[in-house]
Design a protein around this ligand. Structure first.
Ligand code: ADP
Ligand code: MG
Length: 245
């Protein structure tokens, strides 16, 4: 594929004796939005975590920007500065202010100038409607606000690639839309490359260029989004889409 940024080849992953990912093969082009769909337990989070070097694997290869990611501590630290990740649980540092949560990585890990990182953090906070919360602590924020901070924290590292794993799953319904709109903006306005795991099918339809449908750790379909949603190729994907209606 032209402009491939991520390439996963023959990836196999087990937890103990339990095989969780089977021969996973796919790639993502720069600027592409891939949604990863599949029933609970199908291996979506494991795949996302493995890509970001948070899980080891038994066999296969992961290439990022043309280079194989050999999972040494040093390589993984470098990789995680290029791949931003936001989870279902926001995991902000409770003892740091919003601003410090955001600036910690760029200042301590990327060694960027503190003043300029802070001024950018304020801009980013403004863009997600949180400009007044820079000196607040995570416990003072709602779930939706915390998730906005988690997204800003990831963006402050200037990632080349974003992984979103069910980022709205633990939010109150009225908080969900705002978060999804931020992600849609990143895709449509900033052309951010991303893999998005979600149970929000309307959002998936809106944002996805391509769908990977995972079941029991296998990719059953890998299809352009319009085709997947209008005419899924496998019965399992049909059943899945019907169950999400
Ligand atoms: P999904 O995100 O699609 O719901 P997961 O990747 O979380 O699926 O889980 C895939 C499978 O791996 C499930 O059977 C789950 O029970 C198992 N699993 C996930 N994390 C662990 C772990 N840390 N140790 C053992 N098994 C795990
Ligand atoms: Mg999951």
């Amino acid at each position: 594929m032209a402009n491939t940024i991520l390439n996963v080849k023959e990836l196999n992953k087990a937890y103990g004796k339990k095989q969780v990912l089977h021969d996973i093969n796919f790639s993502v082009a720069k600027g592409e939005v891939v949604t990863l769909l599949g029933p609970s337990g199908s291996g979506k989070s494991t795949l996302i975590r493995t890509i970001n070097g948070l899980e080891d694997y038994q066999s296969g290869q992961i290439f990022f920007q043309g280079e194989e990611v050999v999972p040494t501590e040093k390589n993984l630290q470098k990789l995680r500065q290029k791949i931003g990740m936001v989870f279902q649980s926001y995991d902000l540092f409770p003892n740091l202010s919003v601003l410090d949560n955001i600036t910690l990585g760029p200042v301590k890990v990327q060694k960027k100038d503190k003043k300029s990182v802070e001024s950018e953090a304020h801009e980013l906070l403004k863009s997600v409607g949180l400009n007044e919360f820079a000196s607040a602590y995570p416990r003072q924020l709602s779930g939706g606000q915390k998730q906005r901070v988690a997204i800003v924290r990831a963006l402050a590292l200037h990632p080349e690639f974003m992984l979103f794993d069910e980022v709205t799953a633990s939010l109150d319904p009225e908080m969900v839309r705002g978060i999804l709109d931020i992600i849609i903006g990143l895709a449509k306005n900033d052309h951010m490359t991303m893999i998005v795991v979600t149970h929000e099918m309307n959002f998936a339809k809106q944002i996805a260029d391509r769908v990977l449908f995972l079941e029991n750790g296998q990719i059953l379909e890998q299809t352009p989004a319009d085709k997947f949603f209008s005419n899924p190729q496998t019965d399992r994907a049909k059943d899945f889409l019907e169950s999400m209606d």
